[in-house]
Design a protein. Structure first.
Length: 108
């Protein structure tokens, strides 16, 4: 398994897993499949540009993106959060979520 920072060039595969996750677990999101599916790919590219306060990491198995987590540093000192998309169904037993815990330490 490969865990790496996603870049704007990953927008198409990021969009695909996000839309799949919205269909599969809509209750886990503040948005809807209908809204996200209408967004232009350029907005997804912009969202994948890492900064000091936000970055997105992907888990790849056999060169396929199987999980995504976005880490966000809030403006208040003690608040940190991360958003983990549900994984591809066939990858759920492969401990991907445990790998994403590493990213929490990056936020400090």
């Amino acid at each position: 398994m490969l865990i790496r920072l996603l870049e704007s060039s990953d927008a198409e595969i990021y969009r695909e897993i996000r839309l799949d996750s919205l269909k599969e677990s809509p209750e886990s999101f503040l948005t809807t499949y209908e809204i996200e599916s209408e967004r232009p790919i350029e907005q997804f590219r912009q969202n994948l540009i890492a900064s000091d306060s936000r970055f997105t990491v992907g888990a790849f198995m056999n060169n396929e993106l199987v999980g995504v987590v976005t880490f966000v540093r809030e403006s208040k000192l003690k608040i940190k959060r991360y958003v983990c998309f549900p994984k591809k169904p066939w990858a759920r037993d492969r401990q991907i979520s445990k790998c994403f815990k590493i990213g929490r330490s990056v936020l400090g």
